[in-house]
Design a protein around this ligand. Structure first.
Ligand code: G6P
Ligand code: MG
Length: 218
């Protein structure tokens, strides 16, 4: 039986995936790496430094920058990202999410957050959702990022559940892979082509209700 939900943040609870993309696009332009829809989708769920590596690789630029220069590029991206985050309000919560969080909270389900973002606490604060997530996986504690299952296994551990008792919610292919490898039931939100490995698919967050999840469970 399902007893808990492990949530991704960016692109699931809020529209920050657009802000991440915007800020990375600026970096790509700066270093002269080609920007594509494929790269944009591939970056979703990927840690800050790994994202930078992917962008540099797309432009065959991995060896052009020293470690210090890479850190400087990632820091600049984060500064630009935080400028966008600082303008956020609860209006940036994606459609239906607040209602769904209330529905599962009132239904007695446990909740944790499995975001790769070091900015997750700041984003939750801006959205005024901090109280919903007393349990957050610390991305600094991870040895491997998504698609490795570690982050979703930790998300279940934080709420004292077996992965089999949890549903993971993701907008990224790397994230769905992580949920599946952890042994949780996966919900993919967004393009069904990209999230084809998810157990349950929703085109957007407004479709996510317990009743609609039930319909796709077998
Ligand atoms: C999430 C986002 C990624 C982002 C990563 C790290 O997984 O989907 O786009 O790169 O977090 O975020 P951070 O805020 O720590 O740079
Ligand atoms: Mg995401």
């Amino acid at each position: 039986d399902i007893k808990g939900f492990v949530f991704d943040l960016d692109g699931v609870i809020t529209d920050t995936s657009v802000f991440h993309s915007q800020a990375w696009h600026q970096v790509a332009d700066k270093v002269g790496a080609p920007w594509s829809k494929e790269l944009e989708d591939g970056l979703k769920g990927i840690s800050r430094m790994d994202s930078l590596e992917m962008i540099l690789k797309a432009g065959n630029l991995q060896d052009k920058y020293t470690e210090d220069q890479k850190v400087a590029l990632a820091t600049e991206k984060n500064t630009n990202y935080l400028k966008l985050v600082n303008k956020m309000t609860p209006a940036n919560i994606l459609p239906g999410i607040k209602a769904f969080l209330d529905e599962i909270k009132n239904g007695g389900y446990l909740l944790s957050l499995a975001s790769a973002s070091k900015n997750a606490p700041t984003v939750l604060d801006k959205l005024q959702l901090t109280d919903y997530f007393p349990k957050i996986v610390d991305p600094k504690s991870l040895s491997k990022g998504k698609p490795d299952p570690e982050i979703y296994i930790k998300g279940a551990e934080l709420i004292d559940l077996d992965p089999a008792q949890c549903i993971g919610v993701e907008d990224a292919a790397a994230g769905v892979e992580s949920i599946n490898a952890a042994g949780e039931t996966s919900i993919g939100i967004g393009d069904k082509q990209i999230l084809k490995d998810a157990d349950i698919n929703f085109a957007d967050t407004s479709e996510m209700t317990l009743a609609n999840i039930q319909k796709q469970m077998n």
